[in-house]
Design a protein around this ligand. Structure first.
Ligand SMILES: CC(C)(COP(=O)(O)OP(=O)(O)OC[C@H]1O[C@@H](n2cnc3c(N)ncnc32)[C@H](O)[C@@H]1OP(=O)(O)O)[C@@H](O)C(=O)NCCC(=O)NCCS
Length: 138
């Protein structure tokens, strides 16, 4: 029988969200590199997961404070988006997002994008609802 204790590492709540994917042809721009809108969507999704994991509430994007594309991601590369809640207000969360490309056969990794996303937790009345503060336990 499967012993859940053997899986304690993967079952633990992750403090940092990592979403990993492979770049396919339908995600490219006219130059053959990852389209900026697709990259933005990947970053927003990772930030959404990080904000939801932090608050355990329904969350919505209210702001994208700064996104910088610092290097292109090429077809066939792995793209990894890393998201972490770095600050909280009463109902809002700022999520730091980093996008890294990885070359399949060499493992070389490059920083390709960074950004800050702001999410707000909303209650059943669709109004902002209080969330736990960063660093608060429980
Ligand atoms: C989320 C929403 C209900 C908030 O309503 P609101 O009237 O702006 O609420 P408030 O003014 O009380 O602000 C709530 C919090 O969001 C923050 N906030 C609102 N707009 C922000 C922005 N553009 N950037 C950063 N923070 C913002 C406020 O500072 C406040 O933070 P705090 O509670 O931690 O101090 C409303 O803006 C909304 O529904 N937006 C659309 C969200 C959406 O559909 N997103 C999907 C992408 S289109």
């Amino acid at each position: 029988m499967t012993d859940p204790a053997s899986y304690s590492e993967v079952l633990a709540a992750p403090a940092i969200t990592r979403m990993t994917d492979i770049v396919l042809p339908e995600q490219l721009n006219h130059r053959g590199t990852l389209f900026g809108g697709v990259a933005l969507s990947m970053m927003d999704r990772a930030a959404f997961v990080a904000a939801t994991r932090h608050s355990r509430q329904t969350v919505v994007t209210v702001g994208v404070e700064q996104v910088d594309y610092v290097a292109p991601v090429h077809i066939g590369e792995i793209v990894e988006v890393v998201a972490e809640v770095i600050a909280t207000g009463r109902t809002s969360m700022t999520i730091d997002v980093t996008m890294v490309a990885e070359v399949l056969l060499t493992g070389e990794r490059r920083l390709c994008g960074t950004g800050h996303f702001v999410f707000v937790a909303i209650g059943p009345d669709d109004r902002p609802i209080e969330i736990p503060q960063v660093g608060a336990s429980g």
